[in-house]
Ligand binder design. Structure first.
Ligand SMILES: [Zn+2]
Length: 177
């Protein structure tokens, strides 16, 4: 969503602000039907910056799961980095191994679920998503969501580029067939 304070695209902080585009739901359903477990890996530094609390972010995640569930989409795992290198909440501030472009979220999820990164795909709409996927050893697809264009500087080298998650899913399924 567009943050009126910063004028930039931000993750939602309230459950009622969570939206999942139809193309994203379509893409996730297609991947699940093709046998791919779906894992969410997200930087959520708002709590480290004291913008919102962790409880509020958990409510946002709960709403996301509700929307996915209603659409018949089940996540095999979900991992968030709540840290920020220059946060103001001490317990969540400073360097960490999980904030993308670090690969920690992906590697931890792969270990937990017994997934091989080399046979997995990281799909994201920012350069840091692509870099995290590369460092984890995944193949990568950059989704060119217009709303998050500032998060792409053109320096990432994804294995594929797609307009939305449905198109990304089609690429993945084509590559695995
Ligand atoms: Zn972290």
């Amino acid at each position: 969503m567009l943050d009126p304070r910063s004028g930039t695209y931000e993750s939602p902080y309230r459950p009622e602000d969570v939206r999942v585009p139809a193309a994203s739901l379509d893409g996730m359903r297609a991947l699940a039907a093709a046998g791919y477990p779906l894992v969410l890996a997200s930087n959520q530094p708002a709590a480290a910056k004291a913008t919102v609390g962790l409880v509020a972010l958990q409510a946002v995640h709960g709403r996301l799961v509700e929307i996915l569930d209603a659409a018949g989409v089940v996540l095999a795992g979900s991992r968030y980095c709540h840290h920020h290198p220059r946060g103001i909440v001490a317990a969540l501030s400073g360097p960490c191994a999980c904030r993308k472009p670090e690969p920690g979220l992906i590697l931890a999820a792969a270990a937990e679920l017994g997934l091989a990164p080399a046979r997995s795909w990281m799909v994201g709409d920012s350069d840091t998503d692509i870099e995290a996927g590369r460092r984890a050893g995944c193949r990568t697809i950059l989704v060119e969501n217009p709303a998050s264009a500032p998060r792409r500087q053109g320096g990432s080298r994804p294995d594929g580029v797609a307009a939305d998650l449905a198109a990304a899913a089609a690429l993945i399924i084509l590559s695995s067939g």
